[in-house]
Write a protein that binds this ligand. Sequence first.
Ligand code: GRF
Length: 202
Amino acid sequence: KNIVILISGRGSNMEAVVRAAEAEQWPARIAAVISNRADAKGLDFAASRGIPTAVVANKEYPTREAFDAALQTVIDGFAPDLVVLAGFMRILTPAFVEHYANRMLNIHPSLLPLFPGLHTHEAAIAAGHAQHGATVHFVTAELDHGPIVNQASVPILPGDTPDTLSARLLVEEHKLYPRAIRWFIEDKLTVEHGRVITPDHP
Ligand code: GRF
């Protein structure tokens, strides 16, 4: 199976997926890593692993629709079975999302449905919660609202800042996302009535 990963920056989740795919010898290959920013750090790691990379710079397109159409053409050139959003910081048009329905995953740094959108670590601390977490979900047109695949949680400790909390959570994200993607690759995920059936939650 072919996996295409989209990033915008650091790409540590992408790196975790690449490492897991290699270490666990998934019946899949990372066909490409694509960024909307030429300066995304993660592109260097992908290239160092011999993974094809591409940049589709959103700045160069007049509209969201034009950008998404160009991005879709580049992605589809790699014949993906699965598109993985890993810190991809663009809101996607409904047509794009529909094109990859049931074959596009995202990781979001909150325990969805809590805290969709940006600044989730700040929000979780400000809310006074004892727990924070991350969620892998299928991407649907409504931002951060698709069917949930799996979640991981971490405690929020006294004195936590968004940085300390996000660092604690990132360690868990790096296990959570490869696990979800491996299930997809192994045909172990089914979406029924908007809910995902997984090996953990049959
Ligand atoms: C992660 O916190 C992820 O949950 C969110 O964006 C961040 C991306 O980090 N969607 P990285 O680029 O994978 O290091």
